[in-house]
Design a protein around this ligand. Structure first.
Ligand SMILES: C[S@@+](CC[C@H](N)C(=O)[O-])C[C@H]1O[C@@H](n2cnc3c(N)ncnc32)[C@H](O)[C@@H]1O
Length: 289
């Protein structure tokens, strides 16, 4: 199992190490949220550039379930991020159901996902919540949000192991999002999802998590063994798919879309996109005790 205290310290340090970078971006007179997000993303890549270059000697990065050749990681980072988030953003345009009043990112880090979603077509007048365990992550997302004064952005402390959604008590149409955050919880509890489903106005969930290897009906030409091995070695999440399947069996949610390996800048940790909808047949019953 991943050790919660070590994970917290690791990310507290990582996000702290980006604070100076972000302050320098802001002090340089940057006024554009999109440019600041791209720059921060690139600086994050730079911190682990050598490990990426080593990985690329053996495995190719992945985009929409295809292995791709890259000459220039910086350009690939930009293109692949844009492709993923403009795909998700297009759902806000094409689906009448995606008229959310509240978008909640769990384990939001510095806000990479929630800002990319905001910038790519999510409703501008919704309230955006970055819920994150680390103080440094919450601080970075607060700094970034100053670039977009119109954005109704909020940050709160959040812990997957002890989920508290009391800051979301108004009944407003809500989307919950996680991106490489449940990956940090080796065995996620079904009760986390029962709490999510009880958020007033919650209708949909989106996960961008490296869980394609957990799908038993996975059809892929590619060899997946190295991904599975990497995920197990790092104690990354091992049961998100089975928990979601159990919620489907309990008739609590319907899985609307699964796109395997949409984004694998790190080929050993490729994101699968899962979109589910809460079934409106309930009143979720209290879990057995
Ligand atoms: C890989 S980062 C992803 C951050 C962000 N979602 C993104 O898309 O860039 C993992 C995040 O999960 C957070 N996290 C890890 N364990 C957590 C927990 N128990 N509760 C809440 N957040 C947690 C970390 O602090 C970190 O910000």
């Amino acid at each position: 199992m991943r050790n919660a205290e070590c994970v917290k310290q690791e990310y507290e340090n990582l996000w702290n190490s980006l604070t100076g970078t972000l302050l320098a971006i802001l002090e340089s007179g940057e006024k554009d949220l999109r440019s600041a997000v791209i720059e921060l993303d690139y600086q994050m890549y730079k911190k682990s550039e050598s490990s990426y270059i080593e990985t690329y000697k053996h495995y190719r990065p992945v985009l929409f379930d295809q292995e791709v050749f890259i000459d220039d990681p910086e350009t690939f980072l930009l293109i692949s991020t844009n492709m993923l988030y403009s795909y998700i953003g297009s759902l806000f345009t094409i689906s009448n159901e995606f008229n959310f009043e509240r978008i909640v990112d769990l384990g939001s880090g510095w806000g990479r996902s929630i800002f990319n979603i905001y910038l790519n077509g999510a409703p501008k007048n919704a309230d955006y919540y970055s819920l994150e365990m680390t103080e440094s992550g919450r601080l970075l997302s607060r700094f970034l949000a100053t670039l977009e004064p119109e954005m109704k952005h909020h940050t709160e402390y959040f812990d997957f192991y002890n989920p508290d959604f009391s800051c979301l008590n108004e009944n407003r149409k809500t989307l919950v999002l996680t991106a490489h955050a449940i990956e940090q919880i080796t065995l996620v509890k079904e009760s986390l999802f029962e709490a999510i489903l009880n958020i007033p106005g919650l209708t949909h969930g989106i996960h961008i998590e490296p869980v394609g290897w957990q799908m038993t009906n996975s059809k892929t030409e590619r060899n997946y063994d190295h991904v599975k091995e990497y995920q197990i070695k790092h104690n990354y999440n091992q049961n998100l798919c089975s928990v979601l399947n159990s919620l489907v069996e309990r008739n609590l949610i319907t899985i609307e879309q699964v796109l395997k390996d949409v984004y694998g800048f790190n080929p050993l940790n490729p994101s699968t996109l899962i979109i589910w909808k809460k079934n409106d047949n309930m009143g979720i019953t209290a879990p057995d005790v």
